[in-house]
Design a protein. Structure first.
Length: 412
């Protein structure tokens, strides 16, 4: 745990961590939250190693927070574009639950999940030049979806929005309708505006300069008052933020290369740049080739030299053959296991597995029916003997007539 006693205020040259927790007195603590809020530190998809960057990882932060023990006063300095909504809510709830006097200070930018953490303060101070931003929850979707899938996703996003809206309503005293409108429109507020809207309690530096923000050339990172954070959390990036030249970006990276890591990608098959018309999602090889032709050419050349291409073609053929019969299988879990499970199957193996599963279901049904019959005692029930049947008057008359005729024939 860092023992710095001053908040990380400005500049890449400070060499600060994404967050610092420091005791500045017997019962006083200062916390600096500078970076992107995540549930756990992201790792490289290929190597499994942690990705360098300015990540306020929930699990790490809460562990360090627990080591503080009981304190009377906690000051939290924030400069964050936000990130994971529920990681931000968890930090908010934990800070609120400490029972201390919490003072949150917006040093530069408190956006998205960062604004949620800012709301945890009993006193919420903001510099006149700082920015606070609230917006609706967003999620990444890639692939093919049916209507019910989209409806489910919409309900989930609505629930996420309600979670954030409830916190803003509770803290600001504004109505749910007012906050919902602000969230839907994505609202940016400078220092005094945040106070006027109820999100902050006071402006602490009337003469403060406005927040200085600039974008990396690929728009993956935003520099807020000299500190780099991932831009993808903002949703839509304000159009008036200047974009740095490649030379400016490289010179900043040399100043503090530890903090100037490119924003990590969530997986190898997608690249997302948040913001208006700059959204780009790579879903297939053709789109990857169009976006990064040189890189893909290098990968294909390396794969060919190592004999990988033949294996890739075989794998494509295996998946294709499964897709040709999956409609007849009908068991999505079994199909996914065949495609991507620990023990992949061919289409023939999948068909055999599906037949075995169906046979097992049939045998189970028959066994259950047999057991139910035995438990019911039906096998012990005997048929009721037929009793005498009452005859109609006509039937009686007919029988009497036949008996008379018979006796006459016998000479009686």
């Amino acid at each position: 745990m860092s023992k710095k006693t001053t908040p990380a205020m400005a500049g890449l040259s400070a060499g600060i961590k994404p967050y610092n927790i420091a005791s500045v007195g017997e019962n006083d603590v200062e916390i600096s939250l500078y970076g992107e809020v995540v549930s756990t530190r992201p790792v490289d998809w290929w190597t499994g190693n942690p990705i360098p960057g300015n990540f306020i990882a929930l699990d790490e932060f809460l562990k360090d927070l627990d080591e503080l023990g009981t304190k009377d006063n906690i000051t939290v300095h924030i400069n964050s574009v936000g990130g994971d909504l529920y990681a931000g809510i968890a930090i908010y709830n934990r800070l609120k639950g400490l029972g201390a006097n919490i003072i949150t200070i917006n040093d530069g930018l408190a956006a998205s999940a960062g604004s949620i953490i800012f709301m945890s303060g009993n006193e919420r101070r903001v510099n006149s030049g700082s920015n606070l931003m609230i917006h609706g929850a967003a999620g990444f979707m890639c692939g093919y979806y049916q209507m019910q899938d989209l409806q489910t996703a919409a309900k989930q996003l609505e629930a996420h929005n309600r979670a954030g809206i409830n916190i803003y309503v509770e803290t600001t005293g504004r109505t749910e309708k007012e906050i919902k409108s602000m969230v839907t429109e994505e609202t940016w507020m400078t220092g005094q505006e945040a106070v006027d809207e109820g999100f902050a309690t006071e402006v602490i530096n009337e003469a403060a300069e406005p927040v200085e923000m600039s974008l990396a050339p690929d728009k993956s990172t935003i520099i807020v008052n000299g500190y780099p954070v991932a831009a993808r959390c903002l949703g839509s990036i304000p159009q008036d933020i200047p974009v740095m030249t490649t030379e400016e970006w490289e010179s900043i990276g040399k100043t503090n290369p530890t903090n100037m890591q490119p924003a990590p990608q969530d997986s190898i098959n997608k690249k997302t740049i948040s913001g208006g018309s700059d959204n780009m999602e790579i879903k297939n090889v053709d789109e990857l080739r169009a976006a990064f032709p040189d890189l893909l050419a290098q990968v294909e050349a390396a794969a060919k030299s190592e004999g990988v291409s033949e294996g890739v073609n075989d794998e494509r053929a295996r998946i294709k053959s499964i897709e040709e019969i999956e409609a007849a299988i009908g068991d999505s879990e079994l199909i996914n296991s065949a495609k991507y499970g620990e023990k992949p199957m061919t289409a023939e193996q999948l068909s055999f597995a599906a037949m075995k599963a169906q046979a097992a279901i049939g045998a189970t049904v028959i066994e259950k029916l047999d057991n139910d019959a035995k438990k019911s005692g039906a096998s012990k029930v005997e048929p009721t003997p037929n009793g005498p049947v009452d005859k109609t008057e006509d039937e009686k008359a007919e029988e009497l007539l036949l008996n008379c005729i018979a006796k006459q024939k016998e000479g009686k």
